[in-house]
Design a binder for this molecule. Structure first.
Ligand SMILES: Cc1ncc(COP(=O)(O)O)c(C=O)c1O
Length: 423
C-alpha cells in the first residue's frame, strides 16, 4: 500500500484520487483480492458497473487471446473480421428494439454522450439555425468532456462560462419521494413551462439518464411518456443515457424498456465491454446518418480487443442459462435489498432497487449525518469482506457482477443488515 500511496501523492493528479484507498491484486469470478486483506472480497461494484461477467472469465480471455494472436490490437477505423462480427451481433441484439438500428463505437461513455449531442445538433439544424439547445435533467451525469459535462449537473464550464450553460437548459428530476406516478405528466408540463419561449422553441434534443446514478433513482413512467410525446410533437431527438443501465443491469436488455417508450438514440458503455473500454450509440438510421462521412471516426473506435470483448459479452447474454441466472439473481438481489429498506425506516422513503443495481439512500435527520453514515457503511462492509460503491453522497450503491452466485448475494445482505443494525 505504501507504494500506491506514494504514487498517488507524488505522481498522480489529485483529480484521479480514488474514493477508497485500496489496491486490487487479483480477480476471479465475483471475487477480488485486495492488498493487505486476508480474505477474498466479494465485489458488489463490478468496478463501476463495468465487469458484468466478473473476473477471469474464460470466454472473454480466449476472445482477447485470439485477437492478440492475430498480430494487431489496433486497426484504426479500417474493417477487421472481429469488427464485422461484433457489429452483426450488436444488430441481432437490438433489432427488436429499433426499426432500423445503426451503430457508433468508441471507447468511453463521455465520448458516446458527446457524440449523441452532436447528432442532436445536426438534427436541429435541419429545422432552423437556432434550434441548438439540449434539454437535460438536474442531478443527472453524462461525462467529463465539455458537452457531456454541460449536459450534466455542475461542472467547471458551468461555473466559469455561464453563458454556455444557456445552451443546456435543465428541468428538475421527479424523485419518487416528491412526484407520484399520477403526477408525472403534470410535473413535466410544469417544468417545461418554467423555460422561456425562446428556449422551448429551440430544443433539438432531450437526453436523460435511464436512472439517476448516485441513488439508482428511476422516474415515474408518466413523466418519461410525457417527454416522448413532447419530443415527437416538436421535432426533438429523444435519447437515453444507458451507460449504467444497459446490458441487463436492470434485468432487461436496456433499462429504458420498462418505461414503454421508443427513443431515437441510446448511449451505451460500461457493461457492454465486460471490462474493456467500449462504448457507443445505437440509434435509428435516420438520426445516426446525420453525421458527415468520417466525421465521427476516432483513434480507438472499433478497437479489435474491445470488439472481441463486446462480442463475448453478447454471446454469453444470449444464452438462456445466463438469462435464467440473471432473472433469479435480480429477483433475489432486489427482494433482499427492499426487505432491508422496509426494516430500517431511515432507508424506506428514498432507497431503490432495480434488477441488479440498487442504492441505500440514508435519510437521517440531517444530510451531513447521512453522508457520514454512508461513508462508514462502505468502510465497515469492506472490513467484513464486501466492496460497495462509495458515492460520496448520502447513498451507498450496490452493483455486483451479473454472474454472482446466490449464496454470495445472501451473505452480502446479511452483512449489510449487521452494519445497518449497528446504527
Ligand atoms: C450515466 C453515465 N453517463 C456517462 C458516463 C461517462 O462514462 P465514462 O466515464 O466511461 O466516460 C457515466 C460514467 O460514470 C455514467 O454513469
Amino acid at each position: 500500500m505504501k507504494n500506491s500511496e506514494e504514487i498517488l501523492k507524488n505522481y498522480l493528479s489529485i483529480g484521479l484520487k480514488p474514493n477508497l484507498d485500496i489496491k486490487w491484486d487479483r480477480g476471479w469470478k465475483e471475487y477480488i483480492q485486495i492488498e493487505g486483506k486476508q480474505k477474498k472480497i466479494i465485489d458488489f461494484t463490478s468496478g463501476i458497473l463495468v465487469n458484468c461477467l466478473g473476473y477471469k472469465n474464460k470466454s472473454l480471455t480466449n476472445g482477447l487471446k485470439k485477437v492478440i494472436n492475430n498480430g494487431f490490437v489496433h486497426a484504426y477505423h479500417y474493417a477487421t473480421d472481429i469488427k464485422n462480427i461484433y457489429i452483426k451481433s450488436l444488430n441481432d441484439f437490438t433489432v427488436d428494439l429499433f426499426d432500423h438500428p445503426k451503430f457508433y463505437l468508441t471507447s468511453s461513455g463521455t465520448e458516446a454522450t458527446e457524440t449523441c449531442m452532436k447528432l442532436m445538433l445536426r438534427s436541429g439544424q435541419k429545422f432552423s439555425p437556432s434550434k441548438n439547445k439540449i434539454l437535460t435533467i438536474e442531478g443527472n451525469y453524462h461525462g467529463r468532456t465539455m458537452g457531456s459535462a454541460l449536459m450534466s449537473s455542475g461542472s467547471i464550464y458551468k461555473e466559469v462560462w455561464p453563458l454556455l450553460n444557456n445552451l443546456f437548459p435543465k428541468i428538475n428530476f421527479p424523485y419518487i419521494w416528491n412526484v407520484s406516478e399520477e403526477n408525472g405528466e403534470d410535473f413535466f408540463q410544469e417544468e417545461i413551462q418554467k423555460l422561456d419561449e425562446e428556449t422551448k422553441k429551440n430544443i433539438c434534443g432531450v437526453l436523460i439518464e435511464t436512472y439517476q446514478g448516485w441513488g439508482a433513482c428511476s422516474y415515474p413512467k408518466s413523466f418519461i411518456k410525457a417527454i416522448e410525446k413532447y419530443c415527437s410533437k416538436n421535432n426533438i431527438v429523444f435519447a437515453f443515457d444507458e451507460m449504467q443501465s444497459g446490458f441487463y443491469r436492470t434485468s432487461s436488455k436496456f433499462g429504458y424498456e420498462k418505461y414503454d417508450v421508443n427513443p431515437d438514440i441510446i448511449c451505451i458503455g460500461k457493461g457492454m465491454g465486460g471490462g474493456l473500454p467500449l462504448s457507443g450509440l445505437i440509434g435509428e438510421s435516420k438520426i445516426m446518418d446525420l453525421a458527415l462521412p468520417g466525421e465521427l471516426s476516432s483513434t480507438h473506435s472499433c478497437n479489435p480487443l474491445s470488439c472481441a470483448a463486446g462480442h463475448t459479452v453478447l454471446n454469453i447474454m444470449k444464452n438462456p442459462r445466463f438469462i435464467n441466472q440473471l432473472n433469479e439473481n435480480a429477483y433475489l438481489f432486489s427482494s433482499l435489498g427492499r426487505e432491508l429498506c422496509t426494516k430500517y425506516s431511515f432507508l424506506t422513503k428514498k432507497s431503490n432497487f432495480l434488477g441488479m443495481v440498487g442504492a441505500f439512500i440514508f435519510d437521517l435527520d440531517d444530510l451531513e449525518k447521512s453522508i457520514l453514515f454512508a461513508n462508514h457503511f462502505c468502510e465497515a462492509a469492506l472490513k467484513k469482506g464486501i466492496l460497495v460503491i462509495k458515492t460520496g453522497r448520502e447513498s451507498v450503491k450496490l452493483s455486483p457482477p451479473l454472474i454472482i452466485k446466490k449464496n454470495n448475494i445472501y451473505k452480502a445482505f446479511e452483512i449489510f443488515d449487521m452494519i445497518l443494525k449497528s446504527f
